[in-house]
Design a protein around this ligand. Structure first.
Ligand code: GTP
Ligand code: SPV
Ligand code: MN
Length: 607
């Protein structure tokens, strides 16, 4: 099937309009076939844009190195072009949509010269699921096409669902680097300079216009742009939730299963928790999703979650046989690597892979790199935000329900972030609104997943949605409260706040994390069953010190520290929320949350 066979009137019109504006050399339909995937990969290899990996070690896999300026999402260049600045809210960048479209139309003019324009029909969510949404991405990047083929359901089947007039979200993308006659990329990752990069969402018209970046969340428009920024607006209007959350299935030794979703900011452990191998006897964890969850009420009044994606765009560094064996296996074939290091025999390597570099490497810049363990300042061989794109069905612990069009019923929702102090290992909200409060105050040390905020500093990242909420965050808090009101209190998921990232005064991890997080999942499971050992505290419901199975390398003292209510630390937290965080939302802050803050302060002062 080619672009000329497409029968959808509006789609054909839009494609013609964009082609007239961007003037590509050719137009190709992404049909979703394995043959087309291979063809595109071959082209990229021939043009020197990627390296084919060792067929024995990483079958059917490639490595791309991006431009050094194009290694992560760029929040400063991401815009919610709502009708008014107030609708976009205090945490989003805003430009008037008419003005932004004018600027971007100028940039798109002739921008695909010398390139092929690809048209990618895709489904976020299982094909035909009542919760799924269809989109079409136009792009001039073959890297985007092959990544979208792994991350979403792409091709002719989606066109069949669209028919002649079905609704789709139009997603326009260009790397923003036209080629003059005879010019080639010369083996270099094409992108535009920072000041010309725009990742624009138009919530009123549900459109996405992305220009100048080829990287992940900036360019694979089904992911953060559609499945979070635009979907959060749809979810607000239609009464459901579009969240930056993993979905996992946890089964106890008696064989009873529950589903858990968890929102942690970028590079704060979603993929790792979703795929964890429990260190406690008889427990099992399986993966439904590792980054995005859409949750809707089912006919039985429970919240059901689907994973709108079909693959994992996971952080490579730190992924080892010890920390996340399942992710390594998922990414052992048919995988696209971006910005990791290359070994002499064309395998991949990254910091924290679990073994030393096997000889000289080619680092993510393309330069020779020789490991020097005596030099603590040595620049990493793999970029800290280097990633693997792997099909979800290759994950050994993928849950059998992962493509269930009805979704899975959610028992617990977790919030968390990287907090070296104050926030205990786990506590449970007293009720839904208290849980919304906990989501609203999530904070984390900033990671390498975003380019323009200094890594290491702590910032508030409510619901781990700071870079992904498509409207006013205060109204988003209100929406969460409304969703709770629409449900039965006894059928709503219980809400928890977890923190795997406590550190000692010497800067060592206080909690081993990874597989040992199953011990916390067990307590959460028991809370859902009503069998957990709990204690009421000023901040919420907590495990007693003996309620959580202690790993061998955690002393009772450490456990006490992990589960302590740090009254002074929390009072500082309250002060920061009161003076720096909540005032940002002005009249958009729900009264329920201001009350929760007062109650927390009063509880702490009475303690
Ligand atoms: P995005 O894909 O950016 O949304 O990130 P994510 O939340 O899926 O993060 P991921 O699971 O990839 O983890 C990012 C980093 O955190 C990796 O370097 C992990 O090794 C590290 N990490 C994950 N879980 C834990 C944990 O329990 N303890 C500690 N100390 N580090 C962890
Ligand atoms: C994140 O940054 O949260 C990611 C990677 O999951 S990206 O798709 O680039 O947004
Ligand atoms: Mn993410």
């Amino acid at each position: 099937m080619t672009i000329n066979d497409v029968k959808h009137v509006k789609l054909v019109q839009w494609v013609n309009e964009i082609a007239a504006l961007t003037t590509p050399d050719a137009i190709v339909l992404a049909d979703g076939s394995a043959a087309q995937y291979d063809e595109l990969v071959n082209e990229c290899v021939e043009k020197g844009l990627c390296v084919r990996l060792n067929e024995e070690k990483k079958p059917h896999s490639v490595l791309f190195n991006s431009d050094p300026s194009d290694v992560a999402r760029v929040e400063k260049r991401t815009f919610i072009a709502a009708k008014t600045k107030d609708e976009a809210g205090p945490t989003n960048n805003w430009i008037d949509p008419v003005e932004l479209k004018k600027t971007l139309t100028g940039l798109y003019s002739g921008c695909m010269k010398g390139r092929t324009m690809y048209v990618i029909p895709f489904s976020m969510g299982p094909l035909g699921s009542p919760i799924s949404k269809l989109g079409v991405e136009i792009t001039d990047s073959p890297y985007v096409v092959i990544n979208m083929m792994i991350m979403t359901r792409v091709g002719v089947k989606v066109l069949d669902l669209l028919g002649t007039d079905g609704y789709f979200v139009p997603c326009l993308h260009s790397v923003g680097k036209p080629l003059a006659a005879g010019e080639t990329d010369g083996g270099k990752w094409p992108c535009a300079p920072m000041e010309n990069k725009y990742i624009a969402q138009f919530p009123e018209t549900r459109e996405i216009w992305s220009f100048g970046s080829g990287y992940g969340g900036n360019a694979l428009l089904g992911k953060k742009c559609l499945a979070l920024r635009i979907a959060s607006v749809l979810a607000r209007d239609e009464g459901w939730l579009a969240e930056h959350m993993l979905i996992l299935k946890v089964t106890n030794p008696e064989g009873k299963s529950r589903f858990v979703t968890a929102a942690f900011p970028s590079a704060c452990g979603k993929t790792n928790l979703a795929m964890l191998i429990p260190t406690i006897e008889g427990w099992k964890v399986e993966t439904v999703g590792d980054d995005i969850a859409w949750m809707k009420y089912g006919a039985d009044g429970r919240l059901y979650a689907i994973n709108p994606e079909a693959g994992f765009f996971g952080v490579a560094p730190g992924t080892s046989a010890k920390s996340n064996k399942n992710a390594l296996i998922a990414a052992s074939k048919n995988t696209i690597f971006t910005n990791v290091a290359l070994t002499a025999d064309k395998d991949v390597w990254w910091e924290g892979i679990g073994y030393d570099a096997p000889g000289p490497l080619t680092d993510w810049h393309g330069n020779e790199w020789i490991q020097d363990k005596s030099n603590k300042e040595q620049a990493p061989a793999a970029h800290p935000n280097s990633r693997f794109t792997a099909p979800a069905n290759q994950c050994p612990c993928i849950a059998p329900e992962w493509e269930d069009p009805q979704g899975v019923p959610v028992s617990a929702i977790l919030f968390g972030g990287r907090r070296p102090s104050t926030i205990p290992l786990v506590h449970m909200a007293r009720n839904w609104n208290h849980g919304v409060f906990l989501g609203s105050i999530v904070g984390s040390e900033v990671t390498a997943a975003t380019l323009d905020v200094k890594a290491g500093t702590i910032r508030r990242d409510p619901f781990a949605m700071l870079p992904f909420c498509g409207y006013n965050m205060g109204d988003y808090f209100k929406h969460w409260i409304e969703v709770g009101k629409a449900g039965d209190a006894d059928k709503l998921p219980k809400i928890f706040y977890v923190n795997w990232f406590r550190k000692t005064a010497e800067g060592k991890w206080l909690w081993p994390g990874y597989g040992d997080n199953s011990r916390v999942l067990k307590w959460i499971f028991e809370c859902c069953e009503g069998t957990a050992k709990t204690v009421d505290t000023p901040i919420g419901i907590m495990p007693t010190v003996d309620a959580i199975d202690r790993p061998a390398d955690v002393s009772e003292e450490d456990m006490k520290e992990l589960l302590k209510v740090d009254v002074d630390g929390w009072l500082k937290e309250v002060e920061d929320i009161r003076t720096n965080h909540y005032p940002k939302f002005g009249a958009h802050l729900p009264a329920e949350l201001a009350e929760m803050l007062d109650t927390l302060e009063a509880n702490l002062k009475a303690a």
